[in-house]
Design a protein around this ligand. Structure first.
Ligand code: ADP
Length: 437
């Protein structure tokens, strides 16, 4: 059942229930008035007049007879049925019958007549029957004519309201379908008309499409960059194989070819490992548990174990405040330190210094890796965190995958760290990570 039909049905049923309740209420509240039918009124008024005129006990007091009250005409007659007082709307022929309500029709109108004999006097009351249940008949007439009309009106109103309420949703659905059918995430709903809620809903959809678009774009870019990065070593390996097959003669030629192939295969291995790490970190496919432990001791042991083929004779120093307790993951922090130290050595200068420091500050423990190497140009500082970004010279570029700092960033974010980089060209760089308190 459609939403529109449901709303219409609901409104109609509610209208029916309300009408029935209102009718019941009116009938209950006015029951006294409704049950006051003309015959009852006639009998009561005639009896009142008999009592008020003292007909039974003393002398008849004519002036106390109510000749006309609530539609009832009362007249008084003597024993011989000669009129003493009173008048009627029309002349009536019905014979006197003590204590009985009789009916007479005259000139198309029906009258009720009631006679009472009291102590030698006849009292006759007459009432026009059109006085009958006037309230009741009004209510019934209203119920028969107005209520069905109101119910039809409520149904039409309900339909119109639900139609106008659902129309923008239908437009929204049509627009959203168009976007998903066309597979074009650059499109937006841009709903300018409609209620506040609909505009808000459309805006939420637009924001969602925007996020989806940027996420798909990022994914596309990542896949294309990764394939591009993998193609280079594969192309070199294939070219080397083809060259060796055609030209290699001596054992030396073969060994140098194998070296080229090995170097490029290692590069591919490094690249695929980095890609795997970054995907795991970003998508959270592997759950890394953080545990509270002594970070000072852990970093000290990492520095002691750190080995790198260093032709620049760089000295590595640790400046660690003891016993700093932090929530961290061993594997990830050792990867972070490894990547940062590799970069510090790679981009460090001959005979330079690299310092790893850990200090407790009032905003939280801060871990830094400082070098006095080639530094990063100001305009490139933001870009170094992007995947596959490499700002360095060609020779250095070849040795890196451009994913090292992206992995570092993901690890830092996973630990809730804020990251900062200070760097000046030819002076060096400091990478700092502030752990949450
Ligand atoms: P790569 O594998 O190229 O080192 P990274 O993601 O680790 O990839 O680094 C990205 C870029 O940031 C590097 O190519 C380099 O230009 C720059 N960079 C990183 N660390 C340093 C550093 N300590 N000194 C100077 N430049 C650096």
């Amino acid at each position: 059942m459609s939403g529109k039909l449901r709303v219409t049905l609901f409104i109609t049923i509610m209208m029916l229930i309300l009408s029935a309740a209102a009718l019941t209420l009116i009938l209950t509240v006015n029951s006294a008035a409704i049950t006051d039918n003309p015959k009852g009124r006639l009998v009561n008024i005639v009896k009142d007049n008999v009592n008020d005129s003292d007909a039974f006990s003393n002398e008849l007091e004519i002036e106390d007879i109510d000749l006309f009250r609530k539609g009832v005409f009362t007249s008084c007659y003597n024993e011989s049925k000669e009129l003493i007082v009173g008048s009627f709307p029309t002349s009536l022929e019905t014979d006197f019958q003590n204590g009985i309500v009789s009916t007479e029709t005259k000139e198309g109108r029906k009258y009720y007549i009631y006679d009472l004999y009291a102590n030698g006097y006849w009292f006759r009351g007459v009432i026009d029957s059109s006085n009958e249940s006037s309230l009741m008949s009004t209510i019934l007439t209203l119920s028969y004519t107005v209520l069905p009309f109101l119910i039809i009106l409520a149904s039409i109103g309900g339909w119109l309201i639900s139609y106008s309420a659902f129309k923008p949703i239908e437009r929204l659905m049509a627009a959203a379908e168009k976007i998903s059918d066309g597979n074009d995430l650059t499109k937006r709903l841009n709903m300018r008309h409609g209620t506040k809620e609909i505009k808000k809903l459309a805006k939420t959809f637009d924001n969602m499409f925007e996020r989806l678009e940027s996420s798909f774009e990022g994914q596309k870019q990542f896949t294309s960059d990764a394939s591009h990065e993998l193609r280079t070593p594969i192309t070199v390996i294939l070219a080397e194989c083809s060259r060796t097959k055609r030209k290699a003669i001596s054992k030396q030629d073969y060994i140098s070819s194998v070296n080229v192939i090995e170097k490029n295969a290692n590069r591919m291995l490094q690249l695929s490992e980095d890609l795997l790490s970054i995907t795991r970190l970003e998508q959270g496919t592997v759950k890394y548990k953080l545990e509270r432990a002594n970070l000072s001791e852990f970093i000290s042991s990492l520095i002691e174990e750190f080995r790198i083929s260093d032709e620049k004779d760089i000295s590595l120093t640790a400046d660690l405040e003891p016993n700093i307790m932090v929530n961290y993951n061993n594997i990830l922090i050792s990867r972070l330190i490894q990547n940062l130290l590799e970069n510090a050595y790679k981009y460090g200068k001959q005979g330079g210094n690299v310092t790893v420091s850990l200090k407790n500050e009032k905003d939280g423990p801060i871990l830094s890796v400082k070098d006095d190497g080639i530094g990063i140009a100001k305009e490139n500082i933001q870009k170094i965190w992007q995947r596959f970004y490499r700002a360095s010279t060609n020779a250095l570029q070849e040795s890196g995958t451009g994913l090292g700092l992206s992995i570092v960033k993901q690890i830092a974010l996973l630990h809730g760290c804020s990251i900062s980089v200070q760097s000046s060209l030819n002076e060096g760089s400091v990478f700092s990570f502030r752990f949450p308190l």
